[in-house]
Design a protein around this ligand. Structure first.
Ligand code: DOR
Ligand code: ZN
Length: 345
């Protein structure tokens, strides 16, 4: 039997929500990953160190007995974030970064930053305290075609931020375009990017394959095939600037299969297996471990994990739905489909 053993990976971009949803989704991540960067876009958002610490406690309480998993907390930047809070975050051992959501760009982003330049004093404080800035890189101009929003953000905002703050560490989250990949590749080593499984597996045709496919809808939206190929080349090319970040973003099935379906793919149950399929198709399984287990830890200046996980070449079917308390039902990415690698537990 073919097996693949990796140093335990980490997920550098993850939504675990709170309440019953948190309890339903967290074990899926904890069985695969040692740590995860936890997104702060709750309702209301996690904007202070105090809130981040309370959220961290809730996550640890939701962790099944015997599972070791470390949540790495982040704070949500708003127009009211203070320079003092950035200093406080820098001193807190559990807070690892700030997340910039352009206001209106995505799920629960209304409290985000309306004008990126207005946040420059905050970026200066992050640069000074060496706290990484994680960016949802899309413009929010409704006149801008939704497929162009990332490319335009790279030109009109990201290049400016990177140039203005030469010491600021930046993660361009969930890159989806050739232009974002090229920006990261040509930038200095303090600029990196996460890549999701869905953007590696699918192009935008998957949104409209014989009908509307709400479980393939996420933001930034899937792009055309040439972009997907650029992402696969970046992920599998061994460049330490690119690392695993699932952006697993669970929503109730009823809110995805809806006249106005929510953005987000729930990839956590099969996250590592999904990446393994992509790397195998690209003939680059030997590059999976560095992408999943080394590059992110090195960028965040954290020790690499010490344990291992093993995948076997076994066909299995992704369940149609995952259920939890309080009538939680969530449809995973690739529901009802076969995967060819399986994590051994
Ligand atoms: O598809 C997405 N879902 N993209 C995001 O940026 C946010 C996320 C969510 O929180 O649901
Ligand atoms: Zn996200």
């Amino acid at each position: 039997m073919k097996t693949l053993t990796l140093v335990r990976p980490d997920d550098w971009h993850l939504h675990v929500r709170n309440g019953a949803l948190l309890k339903a989704v967290l074990p899926h991540t904890a069985r695969q990953f040692g740590r995860a960067i936890i997104m702060p876009n709750l309702k209301p958002p996690v904007t202070s160190v105090e809130q981040a610490l309370a959220y961290r406690e809730e996550i640890l309480r939701a962790l099944p007995q015997g599972m070791a998993f470390t949540p790495l907390m982040t704070l949500y930047l708003t127009g009211s974030t203070s320079v003092e809070e950035i200093g406080k975050a820098a001193r807190c051992e559990h807070v690892y970064a700030f997340k910039l959501y352009p206001a209106g760009a995505t799920t629960h982003s209304d409290a985000g930053i309306a004008d990126v330049r207005s946040a420059y004093p905050l970026f200066a404080a992050m640069e000074k305290h060496d706290v990484p800035l994680l960016i949802h890189g899309e413009v929010t101009d409704e006149q801008c075609d939704i497929f162009d929003r990332e490319r335009v953000f790279v030109d009109t905002a990201l290049t400016g931020i990177a140039g203005h703050f030469p010491g600021l560490r930046i993660v361009v989250e969930h890159v989806t375009t050739r232009e974002a990949v090229q920006f990261v590749e040509s930038a200095s080593e303090r600029i990196a990017a996460t890549i999701t499984p869905q953007h590696l597996m699918f192009n935008r045709n998957a949104l409209l394959a014989g009908g509307i496919r709400p479980h393939h809808y996420c933001l930034p939206v899937l792009k055309r095939e040439s972009h997907r190929q650029a992402l696969v080349a970046a992920a599998t090319g061994g460049n330490p600037k690119f690392f695993l970040g699932t952006d697993s973003a669970p929503h109730l099935t009823s809110l995805k299969e809806n006249a106005c379906g929510c953005a987000g793919c729930f990839s956590a149950p099969a996250a590592l297996e999904l990446y393994a399929e992509v790397f195998e198709s690209a003939g680059a399984l030997d590059k999976l471990e560095a992408f999943a287990s080394f590059h992110g830890a090195d960028f965040y200046r954290l020790p690499r994990n010490t344990g291992t996980v093993t995948l076997t070449k076994t066909s299995w079917e992704v369940p149609a739905v995952y259920r939890g308390e309080d009538n939680v039902a969530i449809t995973p990415l690739k529901a009802g489909e076969q995967l060819s690698w399986q994590l051994k537990v």
